[in-house]
Design a protein around this ligand. Structure first.
Ligand SMILES: [Zn+2]
Length: 77
């Protein structure tokens, strides 16, 4: 039986959403297929909107700051 892949590669940062469409923004580590595909291969981390039809689905390299197209929403926790 195939072991599941580790689940720490990609995540939805808590309360982080796309300015354009409001969908959750993904934070991913550029490994596996991402490490073999430009422009992701040149980056360590990438951030992009989870909405396939959003202009920010392509996303951008993620450094220390949240991506330009994202915002932090107030959360309950
Ligand atoms: Zn979006």
């Amino acid at each position: 039986m195939t072991q599941p892949k580790p689940n720490n590669t990609a995540s939805f940062p808590h309360g982080l959403f796309c300015r354009a469409c409001g969908w959750p923004v993904l934070h991913v580590c550029c490994n596996d297929g991402m490490a073999k595909t430009e422009p992701y291969a040149s980056a360590d981390y990438w951030g992009y909107c989870s909405n396939k039809t959003c202009e920010h689905h392509a996303g951008e390299e993620w450094w220390m700051e949240d991506p330009e197209f994202s915002f932090r929403a107030p959360t309950d926790t």
